[in-house]
Design a protein around this ligand. Structure first.
Ligand SMILES: NC(=O)c1ccc[n+]([C@@H]2O[C@H](COP(=O)([O-])OP(=O)(O)OC[C@H]3O[C@@H](n4cnc5c(N)ncnc54)[C@H](OP(=O)(O)O)[C@@H]3O)[C@@H](O)[C@H]2O)c1
Length: 341
């Protein structure tokens, strides 16, 4: 029997790319996606993918799909802001005997809430092999922690019944492979905010704050490998002992000022700005940028914090390493997409 995969977020940047990679690598899989709105070309592009209409409030649909599926993969919005209740689907999905691969993000590692860390290099690089215990006990106000906490608990309590893995990508670049959103968020927001810094690329403090990155195609490839591990009932899908299988996906890291300069050079080449040299700005300027109603400090997180991770588990299990161009080589694609060119 064909393995049954249930996927949420298939119109998103990550989820759309994951769906595309899964269908391409495994046309034999029986895939069902839950959509709020079906993109026009969806059925003609993916004639063998089943659609259920619903959202994260559709508790019955989620429970039914989780009962039916061998592997459930969430690729929807998680809940970034601290102190917000996590989405319900994890609760709906957990009691069912299946493999659950949940999308999180390395925002969970970010030091955005420590003012002394902003704009300077933080030496801490997290490993998904040796820092599992740390990941299991990150503070409650870390981004995504509200949802991850449930999953760490569930892995410890119900690990025999439901196998859990967490995909934790860093910042992502490159053109998405799906039919919905094909742009990542960082470059688009940064270019919007260049205007607020007087049409100059910008940095805070020393600008040496450093973040990990992955190309969307490398991430989608890793997703396929982890789903394959679930389908093959590979014990490595779930983590050692009481832990979920935790997957960082980073393939490289860059400091903020280098990324700013590279974006500035492309913006200058495109005639959008005159001076590509990054300018130092204060926190009062950063705090006016990239507003999100649920996360007022989003800009500190994006532009001034560190978030460093190494995909050691994927490298060990699957020989995972970058196949796509690096961020600075591939950046023009993202800048042009953000400019609508
Ligand atoms: N992009 C990055 O650089 C990055 C890096 C690391 C982690 N992440 C995390 O990954 C998550 C997804 O990122 P993304 O860039 O793929 O986002 P995206 O392009 O905005 O996609 C979000 C997906 O979630 C769906 N969705 C949102 N609310 C929903 C709801 N209530 N019920 C059902 N579906 C819902 C959207 O459906 P509609 O099309 O119907 O709106 C869409 O398919 C984010 O939470 C982010 O924290 C992102």
């Amino acid at each position: 029997m064909a393995p049954k995969i249930f996927l949420t977020g298939a119109t998103g940047y990550i989820g759309g790319s994951v769906l595309h990679a899964l269908v391409t690598a495994h046309p034999e899989y029986d895939i069902t996606v839950m959509l709020r709105k079906t993109p026009e070309a969806f059925t003609s592009t993916y004639p063998n993918v089943n659609i259920v209409q619903g959202d994260y409030d559709s508790a019955e649909i989620l429970a039914e799909q989780a009962r039916r599926a061998d592997v459930v993969t969430t690729a929807t919005q998680t809940t970034p802001p601290p102190h917000r209740p996590p989405h319900r689907p994890h609760l709906n999905l957990l009691p069912n005997p299946t493999h659950l691969l949940h999308l999180s993000g390395t925002g969970i590692l970010s030091d955005w809430s420590s003012p002394s860390r902003l704009g300077v290099l933080n030496p801490k690089i997290y490993s998904d092999l040796t820092d599992l215990q740390t990941m299991a006990s990150l503070p409650d106000d870390a981004l995504h922690r509200n949802t991850e906490k449930i999953l760490f608990h569930a892995a410890a309590e119900h690990g025999e019944k439901v196998k859990i893995a967490i995909m934790c990508p860093p910042d992502i670049y490159g053109r998405g492979l799906g039919l919905g959103n094909t742009q990542s968020v960082f470059v688009r927001l940064y270019i919007d905010d260049v205007q607020k810094a007087g049409n100059r690329p910008f940095y805070y403090n020393e600008g040496t704050n450093t973040r990990s990155w992955v190309h969307i195609e490398d991430l989608a490839r890793l997703y396929v490998r982890v789903v394959e591990a679930a389908v093959g009932k590979d014990k490595g899908f779930a983590g050692p002992g009481e832990y979920p299988g935790y997957y960082f996906a980073a393939t490289q890291e860059h400091n903020h000022i280098d990324v700013s300069r590279a974006i500035g050079n492309i913006l200058k080449k495109e005639g959008v700005i005159e001076d590509p040299e990054p300018v130092r700005v204060g926190l009062e300027v950063i705090d006016q940028m990239a507003k999100h109603p649920l996360f007022p400090m989003l800009a500190r997180y994006l532009y001034a914090s560190n978030s460093r991770s190494r995909a050691e588990r994927a490298e060990k299990m699957f020989g995972y390493k970058a196949a796509a161009p690096g961020l600075l080589e591939g950046l023009e694609t993202d800048v042009l997409a953000a400019l609508g060119r």
